[in-house]
Write a protein of this length. Structure first.
Length: 623
């Protein structure tokens, strides 16, 4: 296609504009998934992808219906104006997003809130959609060349955001993306002499050069200023202005480290035998506003960390013969201290999120506070645990994975959680493969008396993992202890001996907890008894799929360990929730996710009808 002669366009500047607008929009979209994961919940992160598609489509429809009107002053002018509008709307969209309550409640206000959110988030994409559509359909240059530059900008934007988030926070990255969009407007303006002259005649504050410079200054100010753009509500809770002494974002999460506090130790399953008046110095490490871990002060002696013996998640360390242990998910270093307390001579920690490792080894205050670098024979690796264990030639006496979940969406959005791959049959196959003969895999998950939920699926996964190794009967290899709300699995690569079972029982009794499953004790639940009695994975899945929740074995093809509520059971689960059922646990999260999906689906359908189908109705009638 060609453009009017009055709008002769310089190719390098035009292609630079296409590259920059695509580059900026991919940064914006990916950071939106992170921001949504912080202010709302992980299952809403895919909303950013949906809004991006909607907004870009609305922009393309606008070009289709009003292209002559859009090009009234020439192609380069239209491209520059809409890229500039995109740049200005990005921070405005973010501010509106931070000001909305994005929860799910039985109220019309929920629909209004989500509609406002969709509208605010979509505006930058509409402007970008107009610019990209014009560039692709009205360009005087080869369409394949323009499209290649568009794809290159998008691809590099995806890669760049992973790097940028390691240095600046999410809101500041949005401001940076807006500045890049502003530079796109500047490039489009420079692509035409007529547009350059028209821009010079504008008010200074509406010139692409001024807007771009202002956005860059705002980015720097937001990074260094203690009073910065940040969310007001996080996971339905008001967030204080000064949260802690450390905050950092990356593509996995937002981590906030608070000030040290002297208080009773934060343990996953506190034994009633723990001294009531015990208080220790500890730091709360918050992940995306909801999940968290704790960093305890360690002075190099074992006495002050003896309280770790009162946590059920450390049950497996009481078994003799553990000389080399691996920790999946280092977090604040609690499990590493536990291994050291129980006399493990060689400890390996594998942590996906580099922020935690930086806190423990580089940040001066937290490095000195945790003092983990003083532990002999400790090695820390920043890596995905699945990948690390699949590749390592090392063997371990014990592998611990206690309460590893972040509820944080990765930059990929959708249902992509960083912990998904840890709770699959293939993942546990890799872990068990690295155990010595007689080695132990210990995993802890949430438990509620009378409910077969996360703990039930953990037991199903453990049974399947043993059957996968060739074991005929899994029960002699499994021991599960329970506290009030935590269950700890001890999976042995060899049959548990009477001596080992006695040691585990004695420790559970000492802590004041109970035994849920043992080689000499079947579980009280008939469904769990049938699961551990299964002789092959097919029959196991058949039994696990019969209950109220889906307890079938997660695999890499379906790695959703935490999604257990069946669609057909939503009404029954809702009745349980309204009745105030105590043990809702994962059901409540699945219900909330389902409710959010229904709300988003409704709002999205209305938006698609109103912004795409209705405007195109007249066009389709004429064909």
């Amino acid at each position: 296609m060609t453009t009017p002669a009055r709008d002769a366009i310089e190719k390098p500047a035009f292609l630079a504009g296409v590259f920059l607008i695509s580059f900026a929009m991919l940064i914006f979209q990916i950071v939106q998934t992170r921001i949504l994961s912080v202010i709302a919940w992980y299952y809403l992160a895919f909303f950013a992808i949906s809004v991006a598609m909607l907004g870009m489509t609305v922009g393309a429809v606008r070009v289709y219906l009003r292209r002559d009107q859009l090009e009234a002053h020439g192609l380069a002018s239209a491209l520059s104006d809409h890229a500039l509008a995109c740049a200005i709307s990005m921070p405005a969209s973010m501010l509106v997003q931070f000001s909305l309550i994005t929860t799910v409640a039985l109220s019309v206000s929920t629909l209004v809130s989500w509609s406002l959110l969709l509208g605010a988030m979509a505006v930058p994409y509409v402007f970008a959609g107009i610019a990209v559509s014009l560039a692709l359909t009205r360009s005087p240059f080869s369409i394949s060349q323009v499209y290649a530059v568009d794809l290159l900008g998008a691809a590099l934007g995806c890669v760049s955001v992973l790097l940028v988030l390691n240095f600046v926070d999410g809101p500041s990255t949005i401001l940076l993306a807006a500045a890049i969009a502003g530079s796109s407007a500047l490039s489009f303006a420079r692509a035409s002499k007529a547009v350059r002259e028209r821009v010079r005649a504008r008010n200074r504050f509406l010139r692409p050069s001024f807007v771009t410079a202002a956005l860059l200054v705002l980015t720097v100010i937001n990074v260094v200023s203690p009073v910065s753009i940040r969310p007001i509500l996080v996971k339905d809770k008001l967030e204080r202005a000064a949260l802690g002494r450390f905050e950092r974002w990356n593509s996995y999460s937002r981590i906030i480290a608070g000030q040290p506090v002297l208080q009773p130790p934060m343990l996953w399953s506190v034994s009633p035998k723990l001294p009531i008046d015990l208080k220790v110095d500890q730091v709360d490490l918050n992940i995306d506003g909801a999940a968290g871990t704790t960093m305890f002060q360690y002075d190099g002696t074992l006495g002050p960390i003896e309280f770790l013996r009162y946590d059920l998640v450390n049950l497996a360390y009481t078994l003799p013969g553990t000389h080399k242990a691996a920790i999946i998910g280092v977090g604040g270093g609690r499990d590493i201290l536990a291994a050291h307390l129980y006399g493990v001579s060689e400890i390996v920690g594998v942590e996906l999120n580099p922020i935690f490792v930086d806190l423990l080894t580089r940040e001066p205050f937290y490095k000195e506070f945790s003092n983990l670098t003083a532990l002999p024979h400790l090695r820390l690796f920043v890596d995905d645990a699945r990948s690390w264990f699949a590749a390592t030639p090392e063997k371990f006496d014990l592998i611990q994975m206690s309460m590893i979940d972040t509820w944080a969406a990765t930059g990929a959005g959708a249902f992509s959680l960083s912990e998904n791959g840890l709770y699959t049959l293939e993942g546990w196959r890799a872990f068990i493969h690295t155990l010595n003969d007689g080695g132990i895999l210990t995993v802890s998950r949430w438990y509620w008396a009378g409910d077969v939920n996360e703990t039930g699926r953990m037991i199903a996964l453990a049974t399947a993992a043993l059957l996968d190794t060739g074991v005929k009967d899994a029960r002699p290899y499994l021991f599960v202890a329970r506290a009030q709300n935590i269950a700890t699995l001890v999976l042995s690569k060899r049959r548990l001996t009477a001596s080992q079972i006695g040691i585990l029982r004695a420790e559970v009794e000492r802590l004041g907890f109970g035994v849920l499953l043992a080689p000499d004790q079947p579980p009280e639940s008939g469904q769990l008894a049938a699961i551990v009695a299964s002789r092959d994975i097919a029959s196991l899945n058949d039994v696990a799929g019969r209950g109220f929740l889906d307890l079938t074995v997660p695999t890499d093809d379906r790695p959703f360990f935490f999604n257990q509520l069946r669609f057909s059971k939503i009404p029954e689960a809702a009745q349980r929730a309204l009745a105030g059922h105590v043990g809702l646990g994962v059901i409540a999260g699945n219900l909330l996710a389902s409710g959010a999906l229904v709300v988003i689906l409704f709002v999205s359908v209305v938006a698609v009808i109103g912004t795409i189908l209705l405007p195109l109705r007249g066009v389709t009638r004429n064909r």
